[in-house]
Ligand binder design. Structure first.
Ligand code: IDP
Ligand code: MG
Length: 151
């Protein structure tokens, strides 16, 4: 499948709560293609680089502690409009404000345990994909492509 790529992290609460399959299933069912995926203990240094834009905010230290507290699932998804499609499937940052039907709106309660990260722009996606998958992602054809995409 052609199209842009985005970086997704199923955060430690998603892994600990046994929601990895539920969350990935929602993104897969939209038609997005998994082009990289790993269960990984994110290092503090990587977490700090990933969330550098939030350095200095009151929640920053707790956010980094949360992300490194237990393994996360890091994945790259590909497809037309993948960045915006993934963000809309994830829902608003604060689960209490996230629409029902979204991952955070259906599965989350509080902003400090909101289950999932997804890149918010093309620039963020490029930066985050390079940070988590420096060796790049995998390219492969799916037989379902003509049923998902007009050629
Ligand atoms: P996003 O994940 O929807 O892009 P951002 O504003 O980029 O949201 O914040 C990054 C992450 O920081 C959030 O997903 C959440 O885990 C955490 N966060 C944001 N605001 C707060 C807060 O007010 N308290 C605790 N954690 C927060
Ligand atoms: Mg963000």
């Amino acid at each position: 499948m052609t199209g842009e790529q985005t970086l997704v992290i199923i955060k430690p609460d998603g892994v600990q709560r046994g929601l990895v399959g539920e969350i990935i299933g929602r993104l897969e069912r939209r038609g997005l293609q998994i082009v990289a995926m790993e269960l990984r203990a994110i290092s503090r240094q990587t977490a700090e680089r990933h969330y550098a834009e939030h350095e200095g905010k009151p929640f920053y230290a707790g956010l980094v502690d949360y992300i490194v507290s237990s393994p996360a699932v890091v994945l790259a998804l590909s497809g037309p409009g993948a960045i915006a499609v993934t963000r809309s499937t994830v829902g608003a940052t604060r689960p209490a404000e996230a629409a029902p039907g979204t991952i955070r709106g259906d599965l989350g309660l509080t902003v400090g345990r909101n289950l999932i990260h997804a890149s918010d722009s093309a620039d963020s996606a490029a930066r985050e994909l390079a940070l988590f998958f420096p060796d790049g992602t995998t390219t492969y054809d799916r037989a379902i492509s003509p049923w998902l995409l007009e050629s």
